[in-house]
Design a protein around this ligand. Structure first.
Ligand code: ATP
Ligand code: TZE
Length: 246
């Protein structure tokens, strides 16, 4: 497939980074928050990402319009549960979508997936790095409940499709030194879902980010030069070492 088109409905903070990641890994993005064109775009793209980071007033109607058109056309859908469990508004929206649609991948940081799995703790804001006890088990339980691939990110990443489960570690904590890299990971997951099954796509994205961050950290002078080097390394490993990071 030449340049898979990823329809990204996302937050206003990370959008540029997300579009850049998709572009440097060989995809193309379209971003729009207009309900009027959501069905049209979703039915002709190769993957849909719904990131609830900065939900607009009409968020539920927008996400529904996009998700229902994607589902009708067998377009894979990735949902990034940014801030799930923090505000009731976004948690209710996400729960409604999760009840109505079958997603290819559900992702969040450990605190967000912990909240989804009923850990009893809630994240404080977005990008929360609170560790959750039993994260791997919670990811597996969510994968079984929602019938899809689920992953959580943090010091270690946990991924499961309800049958097979993996832990991914390594990389660099500098990934957390600036904002939006988790959102970009969601975009790359959606991009890879255009070409392969959700578990393989998500594992590949997670491993690519760990691998690229380890290389970038080796000669970064600080969190921002790291961020630039990380993007270069993503491009390098994304095109050269696809099999190795699979
Ligand atoms: N302590 C850590 N060490 C190494 N890598 C990490 C660590 N914490 C997170 N990561 C990696 O950083 C990336 C972003 O994960 P993170 O959990 O920060 O997402 P997030 O909270 O959704 O981020 P954001 O909201 O800023 O987009 C992932 O690739 C994850 O594997
Ligand atoms: C800071 C922030 N607020 C909503 S989304 C976002 C980007 C990181 O998730």
């Amino acid at each position: 497939m030449a340049r898979p088109l990823v329809y990204q409905i996302t937050n206003g903070v990370s959008a540029q980074l997300q579009a850049d990641c998709v572009a440097l890994l060989g995809g193309a993005s379209i971003m729009s928050r207009q309900i009027a064109e959501a069905g049209e775009i979703a039915s002709s793209c190769d993957a849909l990402l719904i990131n609830i980071g900065t939900p607009p007033d009409d968020a539920l109607a927008l996400y529904r319009a996009a998700a229902s058109a994607a589902a009708k056309n067998n377009v894979p859908i990735v949902i990034d549960l940014v801030g799930y469990g923090f505000s009731k508004y976004r948690t209710d929206i996400a729960d409604t979508l999760l009840a109505e649609f079958r997603f290819s991948v559900i992702k969040g940081n450990e605190a967000e997936i912990g909240a989804l799995g009923g850990s009893g703790a809630a994240p404080r804001g977005v990008s929360c790095d609170t560790a959750v006890n039993g994260a791997a088990r919670l990811v597996e339980a969510c994968a079984e409940k929602y019938g899809c691939t689920v992953y959580s990110t943090g010091e270690t990443d946990n991924i499961s499709d309800g049958r097979d489960s993996f832990v991914i570690d390594g990389g660099s904590p500098l990934l957390r030194g600036t904002s939006g890299i988790g959102c970009a990971l969601g975009s790359v997951t959606a991009l890879y879902c255009a070409g392969e099954g959700p578990l393989e796509a998500a594992r590949r994205a997670l491993r690519l980010f760990r691998r690229a961050s380890a290389e970038a950290a080796a000669d970064a002078e600080g969190p921002y030069s790291f961020r630039i080097k990380f993007m270069d390394m993503l491009a390098e490993y994304g095109s050269i070492l696809l099999d190795e990071v699979k």
